[in-house]
Write a protein that binds this ligand. Structure first.
Ligand SMILES: [Fe+2]
Length: 182
């Protein structure tokens, strides 16, 4: 299946939950953009895009089963769900396993050892930060300690109007939206 077919399938899976659909579309857009800006290879980008589209696949189940979308529950349930979701899509076993690994680790920032995992975590964080769930301190900590790609850092700064310390013109351009100016 192409990325667009998998996107169509995931939209249908979400049964009209606009928040969920809007979230994974944005995570996919950030992941694809960062992946291309970082020049990752085509196969890694393909896996990353599918993982971004499906990363929160367990949210509806977790809401019903646990009453919340705690990251650890999502990772456990999502690993199984995404394998079932992708079976019959033409992806190889190895590709499905890799997507399932990424879905199963998208809330885990410790031990990141690959670019697809790194970018998925960054893209999800950027999308969540724009939903207003992150404090200024959390954003700065994440940018300094977890983010590794320069593209991801630039995009997070741009989206939230965070100025780099050496950015002289930013004050004129973004005032008064500089909630996070340092
Ligand atoms: Fe997410």
């Amino acid at each position: 299946m192409t990325i667009s077919r998998i996107m169509e399938k995931m939209i249908a899976f979400s049964e009209g939950n606009i928040h969920d659909i809007d979230h994974f579309i944005r995570v996919w857009t950030y992941a694809k953009t960062i992946g291309e800006l970082e020049n990752i290879d085509d196969e890694t980008l393909f896996i990353l895009e599918i993982a971004a589209i499906t990363h929160d696949i367990a949210c509806p189940l977790c809401r019903e089963k646990y009453g919340n979308t705690n990251g650890k529950y999502q990772e456990e349930e999502g690993t199984l769900l995404v394998k079932k979701f992708l079976s019959g899509t033409g992806l190889s076993e190895a590709q499905i396993e890799r997507v399932a690994f990424l879905v199963g680790h998208h809330h885990t920032a410790k031990g990141i050892d690959s670019v697809d995992w790194q970018i998925l975590v960054e893209a999800d964080y950027i999308a969540n930060a724009t939903e207003g769930s992150s404090s200024e301190q959390s954003i700065n900590n994440f940018m300094q300690r977890i983010m590794k790609t320069e593209s991801g850092k630039r995009i997070l700064r741009s989206v939230l109007c965070i100025c780099a310390e050496d950015d002289d013109i930013c004050e004129d351009i973004h005032d008064p939206c500089l909630r996070f100016q340092r």
